[in-house]
Design a protein around this ligand. Structure first.
Ligand SMILES: [Zn+2]
Ligand SMILES: [Zn+2]
Length: 390
Protein backbone atom coordinates (compact mmCIF):
# COMPACT_ATOMS: atom_id res chain seq x y z
CA UNK A 1 0.00 0.00 0.00
CA UNK A 2 1.56 3.28 -1.10
CA UNK A 3 1.26 6.78 0.33
CA UNK A 4 -2.11 7.58 1.85
CA UNK A 5 -4.01 9.97 -0.50
CA UNK A 6 -4.84 12.40 2.25
CA UNK A 7 -1.19 12.44 3.30
CA UNK A 8 -0.23 13.66 -0.17
CA UNK A 9 -2.68 16.58 0.21
CA UNK A 10 -1.53 17.34 3.77
CA UNK A 11 2.06 17.37 2.57
CA UNK A 12 1.47 20.72 0.84
CA UNK A 13 0.55 22.35 4.16
CA UNK A 14 3.33 20.51 5.98
CA UNK A 15 5.81 21.92 3.46
CA UNK A 16 4.69 25.46 4.34
CA UNK A 17 5.06 24.74 8.09
CA UNK A 18 8.49 23.17 7.47
CA UNK A 19 9.78 26.18 5.57
CA UNK A 20 8.45 28.53 8.24
CA UNK A 21 10.36 26.54 10.90
CA UNK A 22 13.42 26.60 8.65
CA UNK A 23 13.27 30.40 8.46
CA UNK A 24 13.03 30.69 12.24
CA UNK A 25 15.55 28.27 13.76
CA UNK A 26 15.86 28.10 17.55
CA UNK A 27 18.47 26.31 19.68
CA UNK A 28 18.31 23.83 22.55
CA UNK A 29 15.51 24.58 25.05
CA UNK A 30 14.91 28.06 23.55
CA UNK A 31 12.44 26.69 20.99
CA UNK A 32 9.70 29.05 22.18
CA UNK A 33 8.36 30.18 18.81
CA UNK A 34 8.46 26.67 17.33
CA UNK A 35 6.76 25.09 20.35
CA UNK A 36 4.05 27.78 20.37
CA UNK A 37 3.40 27.22 16.65
CA UNK A 38 3.25 23.43 17.19
CA UNK A 39 0.75 23.82 20.05
CA UNK A 40 -1.34 26.28 18.02
CA UNK A 41 -1.50 23.94 15.01
CA UNK A 42 -2.30 20.86 17.13
CA UNK A 43 -5.19 22.78 18.73
CA UNK A 44 -6.46 23.90 15.32
CA UNK A 45 -6.50 20.25 14.17
CA UNK A 46 -8.84 19.33 17.02
CA UNK A 47 -6.21 17.31 18.91
CA UNK A 48 -7.95 16.35 22.19
CA UNK A 49 -5.28 17.42 24.63
CA UNK A 50 -2.35 19.78 23.95
CA UNK A 51 0.15 20.24 26.77
CA UNK A 52 3.11 22.64 26.57
CA UNK A 53 6.07 22.96 28.92
CA UNK A 54 6.91 19.25 29.27
CA UNK A 55 10.69 19.00 29.71
CA UNK A 56 10.78 22.81 29.81
CA UNK A 57 9.71 23.58 26.22
CA UNK A 58 8.43 20.25 24.88
CA UNK A 59 4.87 19.87 23.55
CA UNK A 60 2.66 16.78 23.76
CA UNK A 61 -0.62 16.18 21.92
CA UNK A 62 -3.10 13.38 22.62
CA UNK A 63 -5.42 12.14 19.87
CA UNK A 64 -8.13 9.68 20.91
CA UNK A 65 -9.15 7.01 18.42
CA UNK A 66 -12.75 6.26 17.41
CA UNK A 67 -12.91 3.24 19.69
CA UNK A 68 -11.87 3.00 23.33
CA UNK A 69 -8.82 0.88 24.14
CA UNK A 70 -6.04 0.74 26.69
CA UNK A 71 -3.42 1.05 23.97
CA UNK A 72 -1.23 4.19 23.84
CA UNK A 73 1.50 4.75 21.23
CA UNK A 74 3.96 7.68 21.31
CA UNK A 75 5.45 9.25 18.16
CA UNK A 76 8.39 11.61 18.62
CA UNK A 77 9.87 14.51 16.63
CA UNK A 78 12.57 17.01 17.63
CA UNK A 79 12.29 20.79 17.15
CA UNK A 80 15.74 22.34 17.71
CA UNK A 81 18.23 23.75 15.19
CA UNK A 82 22.04 24.11 15.24
CA UNK A 83 24.48 26.99 15.86
CA UNK A 84 25.66 27.14 12.24
CA UNK A 85 25.60 29.83 9.53
CA UNK A 86 23.52 28.69 6.55
CA UNK A 87 25.38 29.15 3.24
CA UNK A 88 22.62 28.41 0.72
CA UNK A 89 20.33 30.97 -0.87
CA UNK A 90 16.99 29.13 -0.87
CA UNK A 91 13.96 31.44 -0.50
CA UNK A 92 13.16 29.90 2.89
CA UNK A 93 16.72 30.24 4.22
CA UNK A 94 17.33 31.02 7.89
CA UNK A 95 16.52 34.58 8.95
CA UNK A 96 18.65 34.22 12.09
CA UNK A 97 22.42 34.77 11.69
CA UNK A 98 24.45 31.85 13.04
CA UNK A 99 21.51 29.47 13.44
CA UNK A 100 20.01 26.99 10.99
CA UNK A 101 18.05 23.75 10.73
CA UNK A 102 20.99 21.63 9.53
CA UNK A 103 19.73 18.32 10.95
CA UNK A 104 16.23 18.37 9.43
CA UNK A 105 14.36 18.68 12.72
CA UNK A 106 12.17 21.26 10.90
CA UNK A 107 11.12 18.40 8.60
CA UNK A 108 10.61 15.94 11.48
CA UNK A 109 8.32 18.44 13.23
CA UNK A 110 6.34 19.22 10.05
CA UNK A 111 5.82 15.52 9.20
CA UNK A 112 4.59 14.69 12.69
CA UNK A 113 2.25 17.71 12.56
CA UNK A 114 0.89 16.40 9.24
CA UNK A 115 0.33 12.99 10.80
CA UNK A 116 -1.37 14.56 13.84
CA UNK A 117 -3.77 16.38 11.55
CA UNK A 118 -4.54 13.20 9.59
CA UNK A 119 -5.08 11.18 12.77
CA UNK A 120 -7.31 13.88 14.31
CA UNK A 121 -9.41 14.00 11.12
CA UNK A 122 -9.79 10.27 10.57
CA UNK A 123 -9.39 8.67 14.03
CA UNK A 124 -9.28 5.31 12.35
CA UNK A 125 -7.73 3.57 15.36
CA UNK A 126 -8.60 2.37 18.86
CA UNK A 127 -6.68 3.87 21.78
CA UNK A 128 -4.54 7.01 22.06
CA UNK A 129 -1.91 8.37 19.71
CA UNK A 130 0.47 10.69 21.58
CA UNK A 131 2.56 13.08 19.46
CA UNK A 132 5.75 14.22 21.18
CA UNK A 133 7.69 17.35 20.12
CA UNK A 134 10.94 17.62 22.06
CA UNK A 135 13.46 20.45 22.52
CA UNK A 136 17.25 20.23 22.80
CA UNK A 137 18.08 17.05 20.89
CA UNK A 138 21.44 18.54 19.81
CA UNK A 139 23.42 17.96 23.00
CA UNK A 140 20.91 19.27 25.56
CA UNK A 141 19.19 15.95 26.40
CA UNK A 142 15.68 17.34 25.85
CA UNK A 143 14.41 13.77 25.44
CA UNK A 144 15.65 12.93 28.93
CA UNK A 145 14.08 16.15 30.27
CA UNK A 146 10.68 15.05 28.95
CA UNK A 147 11.07 11.52 30.39
CA UNK A 148 12.24 12.96 33.74
CA UNK A 149 9.19 15.23 33.71
CA UNK A 150 7.01 12.11 33.90
CA UNK A 151 5.75 12.21 30.30
CA UNK A 152 5.53 8.42 29.85
CA UNK A 153 3.43 7.93 33.02
CA UNK A 154 1.32 11.06 32.64
CA UNK A 155 0.11 10.13 29.14
CA UNK A 156 0.25 6.35 29.69
CA UNK A 157 2.64 5.85 26.77
CA UNK A 158 3.36 2.13 26.26
CA UNK A 159 5.59 2.19 23.18
CA UNK A 160 7.52 5.01 21.52
CA UNK A 161 8.77 5.50 17.96
CA UNK A 162 11.23 7.94 16.42
CA UNK A 163 12.36 8.84 12.89
CA UNK A 164 15.40 10.66 11.49
CA UNK A 165 15.93 11.78 7.92
CA UNK A 166 18.95 10.33 6.13
CA UNK A 167 20.66 12.28 3.31
CA UNK A 168 22.33 9.94 0.82
CA UNK A 169 19.79 7.17 1.37
CA UNK A 170 17.34 6.97 -1.60
CA UNK A 171 14.15 9.02 -1.16
CA UNK A 172 11.62 7.27 1.06
CA UNK A 173 13.84 4.29 1.76
CA UNK A 174 13.72 3.15 5.40
CA UNK A 175 16.73 1.70 7.23
CA UNK A 176 16.93 0.39 10.77
CA UNK A 177 18.18 -2.50 12.87
CA UNK A 178 17.19 -4.23 16.09
CA UNK A 179 19.56 -3.65 19.02
CA UNK A 180 22.20 -0.92 19.07
CA UNK A 181 21.49 1.44 16.17
CA UNK A 182 23.42 4.52 17.35
CA UNK A 183 26.35 4.90 19.74
CA UNK A 184 26.91 6.21 23.22
CA UNK A 185 28.91 9.40 22.73
CA UNK A 186 31.21 10.24 25.64
CA UNK A 187 33.89 12.93 25.86
CA UNK A 188 37.04 13.48 27.86
CA UNK A 189 39.57 16.12 28.79
CA UNK A 190 42.90 15.36 30.46
CA UNK A 191 44.86 18.25 32.01
CA UNK A 192 48.52 17.55 32.77
CA UNK A 193 50.68 19.75 34.94
CA UNK A 194 54.44 19.26 35.02
CA UNK A 195 57.19 21.69 35.82
CA UNK A 196 58.22 24.08 33.09
CA UNK A 197 61.65 25.45 32.41
CA UNK A 198 64.49 25.86 29.91
CA UNK A 199 64.46 23.40 27.01
CA UNK A 200 68.21 22.86 27.49
CA UNK A 201 67.73 21.74 31.10
CA UNK A 202 65.06 19.00 30.89
CA UNK A 203 66.53 17.32 34.00
CA UNK A 204 65.30 20.34 36.00
CA UNK A 205 61.78 20.05 34.49
CA UNK A 206 58.83 17.64 34.40
CA UNK A 207 57.79 17.64 30.73
CA UNK A 208 53.99 17.40 30.18
CA UNK A 209 54.46 16.99 26.41
CA UNK A 210 56.48 13.78 26.72
CA UNK A 211 53.99 12.47 29.30
CA UNK A 212 51.04 13.52 27.10
CA UNK A 213 52.52 11.88 24.02
CA UNK A 214 52.87 8.58 25.88
CA UNK A 215 49.31 8.89 27.13
CA UNK A 216 47.99 9.46 23.59
CA UNK A 217 49.81 6.37 22.35
CA UNK A 218 48.92 4.17 25.32
CA UNK A 219 45.21 5.06 25.10
CA UNK A 220 45.10 3.41 21.66
CA UNK A 221 45.92 0.11 23.32
CA UNK A 222 42.54 0.08 25.12
CA UNK A 223 40.61 -0.62 21.91
CA UNK A 224 43.39 -2.86 20.60
CA UNK A 225 44.08 -4.87 23.78
CA UNK A 226 41.13 -4.58 26.22
CA UNK A 227 38.00 -4.52 24.07
CA UNK A 228 36.75 -7.88 22.82
CA UNK A 229 37.79 -8.00 19.13
CA UNK A 230 34.24 -8.81 17.98
CA UNK A 231 32.84 -5.71 19.71
CA UNK A 232 33.31 -2.14 18.49
CA UNK A 233 34.70 0.94 20.14
CA UNK A 234 36.29 4.17 18.98
CA UNK A 235 38.66 6.34 20.98
CA UNK A 236 39.77 9.47 19.14
CA UNK A 237 42.07 12.14 20.52
CA UNK A 238 40.91 15.29 18.78
CA UNK A 239 43.03 17.94 20.48
CA UNK A 240 46.39 18.22 22.21
CA UNK A 241 47.43 21.70 23.28
CA UNK A 242 50.69 22.68 24.94
CA UNK A 243 53.50 25.19 24.70
CA UNK A 244 53.80 28.71 23.37
CA UNK A 245 55.43 29.99 20.19
CA UNK A 246 58.88 29.50 21.70
CA UNK A 247 61.19 26.61 20.81
CA UNK A 248 63.23 26.87 23.99
CA UNK A 249 60.59 26.44 26.69
CA UNK A 250 59.42 23.21 28.24
CA UNK A 251 55.81 24.15 29.07
CA UNK A 252 54.13 23.77 32.41
CA UNK A 253 50.86 22.22 31.18
CA UNK A 254 49.28 20.17 28.41
CA UNK A 255 45.60 19.50 27.64
CA UNK A 256 44.32 16.49 25.71
CA UNK A 257 40.70 16.02 24.63
CA UNK A 258 38.58 13.69 22.53
CA UNK A 259 35.63 11.34 22.27
CA UNK A 260 34.77 7.70 22.95
CA UNK A 261 31.99 5.90 21.03
CA UNK A 262 30.62 2.51 22.03
CA UNK A 263 27.62 0.35 21.19
CA UNK A 264 26.88 -1.25 24.54
CA UNK A 265 27.00 -0.26 28.19
CA UNK A 266 29.49 -2.98 29.16
CA UNK A 267 32.11 -1.78 26.68
CA UNK A 268 31.25 1.79 27.60
CA UNK A 269 32.08 1.13 31.27
CA UNK A 270 35.23 -0.78 30.30
CA UNK A 271 36.45 2.18 28.19
CA UNK A 272 35.81 4.58 31.08
CA UNK A 273 37.67 2.39 33.62
CA UNK A 274 40.64 1.57 31.41
CA UNK A 275 40.93 5.20 30.25
CA UNK A 276 41.35 6.43 33.83
CA UNK A 277 43.70 3.59 34.77
CA UNK A 278 45.99 4.20 31.78
CA UNK A 279 46.06 7.99 32.18
CA UNK A 280 46.59 7.90 35.97
CA UNK A 281 49.24 5.18 35.72
CA UNK A 282 51.26 6.96 33.04
CA UNK A 283 50.94 10.36 34.71
CA UNK A 284 52.19 8.91 37.94
CA UNK A 285 55.06 7.12 36.21
CA UNK A 286 56.06 10.29 34.40
CA UNK A 287 55.71 12.46 37.50
CA UNK A 288 53.05 14.86 36.18
CA UNK A 289 49.90 15.88 38.05
CA UNK A 290 46.71 14.95 36.25
CA UNK A 291 43.06 15.94 36.28
CA UNK A 292 40.60 13.88 34.24
CA UNK A 293 37.10 14.92 33.14
CA UNK A 294 35.39 11.91 31.57
CA UNK A 295 31.78 12.77 30.71
CA UNK A 296 29.11 10.32 29.74
CA UNK A 297 26.91 11.80 27.00
CA UNK A 298 23.84 10.22 25.40
CA UNK A 299 23.49 6.47 25.97
CA UNK A 300 23.42 3.87 23.20
CA UNK A 301 20.22 3.99 21.12
CA UNK A 302 18.89 0.45 21.52
CA UNK A 303 15.99 -0.57 19.29
CA UNK A 304 13.69 -3.21 20.79
CA UNK A 305 13.41 -6.37 18.69
CA UNK A 306 9.63 -6.72 18.46
CA UNK A 307 8.92 -3.01 17.88
CA UNK A 308 11.67 -2.78 15.24
CA UNK A 309 10.15 -5.67 13.28
CA UNK A 310 6.76 -3.97 13.59
CA UNK A 311 8.07 -0.56 12.44
CA UNK A 312 9.77 -2.25 9.46
CA UNK A 313 6.50 -4.00 8.51
CA UNK A 314 4.66 -0.68 8.64
CA UNK A 315 7.37 0.94 6.52
CA UNK A 316 7.12 -1.90 3.96
CA UNK A 317 3.38 -1.28 3.63
CA UNK A 318 4.04 2.40 2.93
CA UNK A 319 7.19 2.53 0.79
CA UNK A 320 7.28 -1.03 -0.57
CA UNK A 321 9.02 -4.21 0.63
CA UNK A 322 12.23 -3.62 -1.35
CA UNK A 323 12.61 -0.12 0.11
CA UNK A 324 13.11 -1.25 3.71
CA UNK A 325 16.24 -2.70 5.26
CA UNK A 326 16.51 -4.02 8.82
CA UNK A 327 20.23 -4.76 8.77
CA UNK A 328 21.79 -1.31 8.43
CA UNK A 329 25.16 -1.03 10.15
CA UNK A 330 24.98 0.96 13.42
CA UNK A 331 25.90 4.63 13.19
CA UNK A 332 28.44 5.99 15.66
CA UNK A 333 26.64 9.30 16.07
CA UNK A 334 24.55 9.96 19.18
CA UNK A 335 20.78 10.59 19.57
CA UNK A 336 18.88 11.43 22.70
CA UNK A 337 15.89 9.31 21.62
CA UNK A 338 18.02 6.76 23.52
CA UNK A 339 16.45 8.02 26.77
CA UNK A 340 12.91 7.41 25.51
CA UNK A 341 13.89 3.88 24.43
CA UNK A 342 15.29 3.27 27.92
CA UNK A 343 11.91 4.26 29.36
CA UNK A 344 9.66 2.37 26.92
CA UNK A 345 10.03 -0.25 24.15
CA UNK A 346 10.11 1.17 20.64
CA UNK A 347 12.14 1.72 17.48
CA UNK A 348 14.12 4.44 15.76
CA UNK A 349 14.28 4.39 11.95
CA UNK A 350 16.10 6.38 9.27
CA UNK A 351 14.15 7.61 6.23
CA UNK A 352 16.08 8.48 3.07
CA UNK A 353 15.75 11.97 1.59
CA UNK A 354 18.03 11.35 -1.44
CA UNK A 355 21.07 13.45 -2.28
CA UNK A 356 21.21 16.86 -0.63
CA UNK A 357 23.62 19.79 -1.08
CA UNK A 358 25.31 18.87 2.18
CA UNK A 359 25.00 16.11 4.75
CA UNK A 360 23.56 16.49 8.25
CA UNK A 361 25.18 19.39 10.17
CA UNK A 362 26.58 20.85 6.92
CA UNK A 363 25.96 24.58 6.27
CA UNK A 364 24.46 23.78 2.81
CA UNK A 365 22.08 21.07 4.10
CA UNK A 366 18.33 21.48 3.54
CA UNK A 367 15.57 18.99 4.33
CA UNK A 368 13.97 17.48 1.20
CA UNK A 369 10.22 18.24 1.24
CA UNK A 370 9.54 15.38 -1.20
CA UNK A 371 9.81 12.93 1.67
CA UNK A 372 7.00 14.58 3.66
CA UNK A 373 4.15 12.39 2.31
CA UNK A 374 6.22 9.27 3.09
CA UNK A 375 6.83 10.43 6.64
CA UNK A 376 3.18 11.36 7.26
CA UNK A 377 2.03 8.01 5.83
CA UNK A 378 4.53 6.08 7.95
CA UNK A 379 3.31 7.72 11.16
CA UNK A 380 -0.37 7.35 10.26
CA UNK A 381 0.01 3.71 9.23
CA UNK A 382 2.00 2.94 12.35
CA UNK A 383 -0.84 4.14 14.58
CA UNK A 384 -3.60 2.49 12.53
CA UNK A 385 -1.71 -0.82 12.39
CA UNK A 386 -0.64 -0.88 16.05
CA UNK A 387 -4.13 -0.01 17.32
CA UNK A 388 -6.68 -1.30 14.77
CA UNK A 389 -10.41 -0.70 15.17
CA UNK A 390 -12.00 -4.17 15.48
ZN1 LIG B 1 21.90 16.57 14.53
ZN1 LIG C 1 19.02 15.19 14.29
Amino acid sequence: MPIINRAAELAEDAKVWRRDFHQHPELQYEVHRTAARVAELLTSFGVDEVVSGIGRTGVVGVIRGRAPSQRVIGLRADMDALPLQEITDVPHKSTVPGKMHACGHDGHTAMLLGAARYLAETRNFAGNAVVIFQPAEEGGAGGRAMVDDGMMERFGIQEVYGLHNAPGLPLGMVATRAGAVMAAADTFEVRLTGHGGHAARPNKCVDPIVAGAQIVTALQSIVARNVDPVESAVLSITRFHSGTTADNIIPQTAVIGGTVRTLNEEIRRLMDERFKAVVNGLASGMGVDVEIDYEWGYPVVVNHVEQTAFAADVARSVVGPDQVTTDMPPKLGGEDFAYMLQARPGAFVFMGIGETAGGLHHPAYDFNDEVIPHGISYWAKLVETAMPVE
